[in-house]
Design a protein around this ligand. Structure first.
Ligand code: ATP
Length: 256
C-alpha cells in the first residue's frame, strides 16, 4: 500500500477493494484488489483510460455503492461493516462530494445549498452555522453572492458553491469526479487552484478523478488505474509528464 506517513491514519484507505457488476458470463470486474491510502492534507488525482474503474472506485470509496470485495476506511472507520443507515450518516458527515455537473438544488440560494448537508445531518445550529456558511462562501470567492440562485451564477461560481457545500461538514475527505469537466480552461484553472487552496490552507484531503493532465498537475500525486488495478503512481506531476505516462500506460501495467 502506498502511504505518505506510516504513523498517520489515512483520511481514506481502500484495502483489497474489488467490485464486480453482474454475475455469470456477463459479469464485469470493474475493480480488482485495489490498495490505496490517502494521507490527510494531500491532493491526489486518479487517472486511467475509459472503463478502467475510476468512477467505480469513487462510488465505492464514497460509500455510495457497497464493494463486492475488500474494505473502505474513512479516517480509520470501516465503512463496509456499517448498516445502511450508518453508511448514509457517514457519507453525509465524513465525505464531501464534488461532481462535474455541480448538483446544486436550483430553488435554493448559494448559502442554502451550502447549509443543506448540515441540515440533512440535523447539525444545523442556526446563527453559528449561518456565520460559518457565510465565511466558507467568502473563502471560495463568493463574497456578495450568498443569496444568488444557481441560475444567477456562472458555471465556475456554481462549482465554488458545490466545493463550499462539500467542505461545510469538515469531512475527512472530499471526492471530486471530473470537477472541471463542464468548465472552460480558465475557469477550470481557478476551480483547481481553489481545490489546491482547500488542501494547503484548510488541511483538506482531496481525491479527484480526472481525464485531464493539466488538472492532475494541481495534485501532489497521481494514481493510474488500468483494468481495475493500480498500475502506478506519479509524485509531483506535471501536465507533460502525466500526458506522457497516459500514452504509455501499457508499460506501467507490464511493470506492476
Ligand atoms: N452499472 C454497471 N453495470 C455493469 N457494468 C458497469 C456498470 N458501471 C460500470 N461498469 C463497467 O465497469 C467497468 C469500469 O467502469 P467505470 O465507469 O468505473 O470506469 P471509468 O474509468 O470511470 O470510465 P470512464 O472514464 O469512461 O468514466 C467498465 O467496464 C464499465 O463498462
Amino acid at each position: 500500500m502506498h502511504t505518505d506517513t506510516a504513523t498517520t491514519t489515512p483520511a481514506l484507505a481502500v484495502v483489497g477493494l474489488g467490485h464486480q457488476y453482474g454475475d455469470g458470463p456477463t459479469a464485469v470486474r470493474a475493480l480488482d484488489h485495489v490498495d490505496l491510502a490517502f494521507a490527510p492534507g494531500t491532493f491526489t488525482a486518479v487517472m486511467g483510460p475509459s472503463g478502467s474503474g475510476k468512477s467505480t472506485f469513487l462510488t465505492c470509496a464514497g460509500a455510495l455503492e457497497r464493494p463486492t470485495a475488500g474494505s473502505v476506511l474513512v479516517a480509520g472507520q470501516d465503512v463496509t461493516e456499517l448498516d445502511e443507515d450508518a453508511r448514509t450518516r457517514l457519507r453525509r458527515e465524513r465525505i464531501g462530494f464534488v461532481f462535474q455537473s455541480f448538483h446544486l438544488l436550483p430553488y435554493l440560494t448559494a448559502a442554502q445549498n451550502v447549509a443543506l448537508p448540515l441540515r440533512l445531518a440535523s447539525r444545523w445550529g442556526g446563527g453559528r452555522h449561518r456565520a460559518s456558511v457565510a465565511a466558507l462562501l467568502d473563502t471560495v470567492g463568493l463574497a456578495g453572492r450568498h443569496d444568488r440562485l444557481p441560475s444567477e451564477l456562472s458555471g465556475g461560481q456554481q462549482q465554488r458553491v458545490a466545493i463550499a457545500r462539500a467542505l461545510v461538514t469538515s469531512p475527512a475527505v472530499v471526492l471530486a469526479d471530473e470537477p472541471t469537466g463542464a468548465l472552460d480552461s480558465r475557469t477550470a484553472g481557478e476551480v483547481l487552484a481553489l481545490l489546491r487552496t482547500c488542501v494547503d490552507e484548510l488541511g483538506q484531503t482531496v481525491v479527484m478523478v480526472t481525464h485531464d493532465p493539466v488538472a492532475a498537475a494541481y495534485a501532489d500525486r497521481v494514481a493510474f488505474l488500468v483494468d481495475g488495478r493500480v498500475a502506478g503512481w506519479m509524485d509531483a506531476p506535471t501536465a507533460d509528464a502525466v500526458a506522457g505516462q497516459l500514452a504509455h500506460l501499457d508499460e506501467l501495467e507490464a511493470a506492476s
